[in-house]
Design a protein around this ligand. Structure first.
Ligand code: ZN
Ligand code: ZN
Length: 341
């Protein structure tokens, strides 16, 4: 397929930094949208179809898929770790040596060979850059709020970490009428963005998790029902848990380093019925949820374009990671047409 836009996600940075183990050499990038150019045998998609990419093509037959947990598909996760496509082999090479795919996609490129099951057709009129974000950050953030936590109108929500996923969680919380919505971050600029997107309160990370949780707890009027953690830092996970009120849940979305552990006050779990929920890819089902998200965007009910604060050409991908490292408020996208021109 010909890619027109790609999002730059923190997981790509984790692959570069070595925080997450990734088979190398690899072409990174796992948010993208573009147009199908050619298809393999038996593929129903027609060339010319506008698609956005899901990095989680469920197999439909493994135990998790049969339990209706397609986002936990064991076949897809195993293939992803191996760095090939679904048949285990890569389609990329350099000087005769294999180059591996990142998350089955590798979207930091003008063209990509991807599994047909990763392609979700998108409506006309939706820009490619907005669609690209739906492929990871938006689905992860809104899905954590809607599908994992089942946030209801009037529920109190806190969001720790206001990057692309955290801001998407805030948009999701706004859309269902959560109130208050407390945004937490170390960077004042990111908190400004969170407030502009509908957070009702902003809390700057204090000395430690317990101190920060105390401020969030008070700002929410006595603890939150759902505390979404979108940084992957264990101290933020602890703060999220401590911010919850009785029957509240910490919703852990951020990916911690392998082997990381979290310490929590155990008594409060049974005594207050506090809970910890894990959420990957927003517990989503791309075939159902991507078109729904884009429809809400097209109707003006989910302002996903406001997440994008920088657009760069493909050869400036290094600068894009620089912006991410520097705490750029909002999402950086690559305009893959800027290169072809
Ligand atoms: Zn991502
Ligand atoms: Zn499966």
């Amino acid at each position: 397929m010909r890619l027109h836009a790609g999002g730059v996600c923190h997981s790509d940075l984790n692959a570069i930094d070595g925080t997450a183990e990734t088979r190398c050499p690899a072409v990174l990038g796992h948010e993208g949208a573009g147009v199908v150019e050619a298809v393999g045998e038996g593929v129903a998609l027609r060339p010319g179809t506008r698609v956005l990419l899901s990095w989680l093509p469920s197999c439909g037959v493994c135990e998790e898929c049969r339990r209706d947990l397609t986002h936990l598909c064991t076949a897809a996760w195993a293939a992803m770790d191996a760095g090939g496509l679904l048949d285990g082999t890569p389609r990329l090479s350099r000087d005769g040596e294999s180059v591996y795919h990142y998350s089955l996609l590798s979207t930091f490129a003008e063209r990509a060979v991807v599994p047909a099951r990763c392609c979700i057709p998108m409506p006309d009129g939706v820009p490619f850059d907005v669609a690209a974000l739906v492929g990871c950050a938006v689905t992860t953030g809104t899905g954590a709020v809607w599908r994992t936590a089942h946030v209801r109108p009037g529920d109190r929500v806190a969001v720790f970490g206001c990057g692309g996923v955290g801001l998407s969680a805030i948009l999701g919380a706004v859309a269902v009428g959560a109130d208050p919505i407390v945004a937490v971050d170390v960077a004042p600029a990111k908190l400004e963005t969170a407030l502009a997107l509908g957070a009702t309160h902003a809390v700057e990370w204090a000395d430690g998790p317990d101190e920060t949780a105390e401020i969030v707890f008070a700002a929410a009027g006595g603890g939150v029902d759902h505390a979404v953690e979108a940084t992957g830092r264990t101290e933020a996970a602890r703060a999220a848990f401590l911010s919850t009120r009785a029957r509240g849940a910490a919703v852990l979305v951020g990916i911690p380093a392998a082997g990381a552990e979290i310490t929590l006050p155990a008594l409060s779990i049974p005594r207050l019925e506090r809970r910890v929920l894990g959420s990957i890819y927003g517990s989503a089902r791309p075939e159902r949820d991507f078109p729904e998200l884009l429809r809400l965007y097209a109707r003006g009910r989910l302002p996903l374009d406001r997440l994008i604060t920088a657009r760069l050409p493909l050869d400036a991908v290094g600068d894009a990671f620089g912006l991410l490292r520097d705490g750029n408020p909002g999402r950086v996208v690559l305009d893959l047409d800027a290169v072809a021109a």
